[in-house]
Ligand binder design. Structure first.
Ligand code: RIB
Ligand code: CA
Length: 305
């Protein structure tokens, strides 16, 4: 069966690193490009981290650097969760800089997309690059089979009371994406919280060769969840939907981004009950099969070398 072609926009970040391992070693995916965006840590760090990971895995996938800040909001990172480097806990060898494209991420995404009939986009960081892509090159939209995002929340936030980090970092970009008309899937915080990966599973992953040992070293420093309560592998939920959608209960809804709420700016407003009477524009996850997700997750990482 033909591999699904995919571009991954990311802000590595420890949970991004886990999701990227799953993606680049999957026999179902053809990762055509990885683009970076300021998010968990600053742009130059997330770009270096993407290059370091691909060098560690000896994967010759092009990397293109994108936006170094949100459109309007002040950039605030998540180094308290991922460490100052963004990949705390492991000392990577120097990256292969030949993987870094000279083109801006948005221009490189357009070139890669226009060379394909159909391609999947996965966005596991703030949406600045994606919004720029749709605004600058709307001709790419018909070629995007779906944009699967890690972002948003059906309930409470992790960046603000009601706002999730990726959407809240650049809420204006997020709103442009929700207004884009591109087929959207939103892997929300709620399923990542519910399907946390417990300590014994993390310990087992640590025995999976050199990638397992590296990811284990990172996950010991990761500060979203705990070994006891379960580590939140938010970005891997987006990959899980692409690779095994039956893990999730999902529904089509209208969703939008609050921009003017004094207390709720950046919040994803997900209209599960149809109060707003607007046409559905995204698929959101309302539940996850936790045991099945956990065994999928562990299995997916068992052959990442
Ligand atoms: O809110 C979780 C998201 O923010 C994840 O993508 C994590 O890597 C951070 O980017
Ligand atoms: Ca991320």
């Amino acid at each position: 069966m033909a591999k699904e072609k995919i571009i991954i926009d990311t802000d590595p970040g420890i949970d991004d690193a886990v999701a990227l391992a799953i993606a680049v070693f999957s026999d179902k995916l053809d990762v055509k490009l990885i683009t970076t965006v300021a998010g968990n840590v600053a742009l130059e760090k997330v770009t270096s981290n993407a290059l370091k990971l691909l060098t560690f895995w000896n994967k010759k996938i092009p990397v293109a650097q994108g936006a170094d800040r949100p459109f309007i909001e002040k950039f605030v990172d998540a180094s308290h969760v991922h460490g100052q480097s963004g990949l705390a806990g492991f000392d990577f060898p120097e990256p292969d800089m030949s993987l870094l494209c000279s083109e801006h991420a948005v221009n490189k995404m357009r070139d890669v997309i226009m060379a394909e009939e159909k391609i999947t986009l996965a966005a596991i960081g703030p949406l600045t690059n994606i919004a720029l892509l749709f605004a600058m090159y709307p001709d790419v939209k018909p070629r995007i089979s779906r944009l699967v995002m890690m972002g948003g929340s059906l309930t409470r936030g992790n960046r603000g009371v009601m706002s999730e980090f990726n959407f809240a970092t650049d809420p204006h970009a997020a709103k442009m994406v929700f207004d884009s008309g591109v087929p959207l899937v939103m892997a929300d915080l709620d399923v990542g919280r519910k399907a946390g990966i417990p300590g014994p599973d993390i310990e087992k992953i640590g025995t999976f060769g050199k990638t397992g040992a590296m990811l284990y070293a990172l996950l010991k420093k990761y500060r979203s969840g705990t070994f006891e309560s379960g580590l939140r592998m938010y970005d891997s939920c987006a990959l899980a939907y692409i690779l095994k959608p039956e893990l999730f209960t999902s529904t089509r809804v209208f969703a939008d981004i609050e921009l003017s709420g004094t207390l709720t700016s950046g919040c994803s407003v997900v209209d599960l009950d149809g109060f707003l009477q607007k046409k559905a524009n995204t698929t959101v996850f309302t539940d996850v099969d936790v045991p099945a997700f956990r065994s999928w997750f562990t299995e997916a990482l068992s052959h990442c070398d």
